[in-house]
Design a protein around this ligand. Structure first.
Ligand SMILES: [Zn+2]
Length: 61
């Protein structure tokens, strides 16, 4: 077990992925919060929300 694991942060979430460990609730929550904040920032900037599926039309817009 490592003591410097940044649980509860997006860095921690990424580290889970990198080390192929199960993402803990703290890291999942941090990542969700981070994404929500970024989505809100995008909306505030007048940009459409990011979509999971790649839409061909969106690239030229
Ligand atoms: Zn974690």
């Amino acid at each position: 077990m490592t003591n410097d694991f940044p649980h509860g942060t997006v860095r921690g979430y990424r580290r889970h992925l990198k080390e192929k460990t199960v993402t803990c609730d703290d890291c999942l929550a941090a990542r969700r919060t981070d994404r929500a904040a970024k989505e809100r920032a995008r909306e505030a900037a007048g940009k459409p929300p990011r979509q999971r599926r790649t839409t061909r039309d969106a690239r030229d817009a």
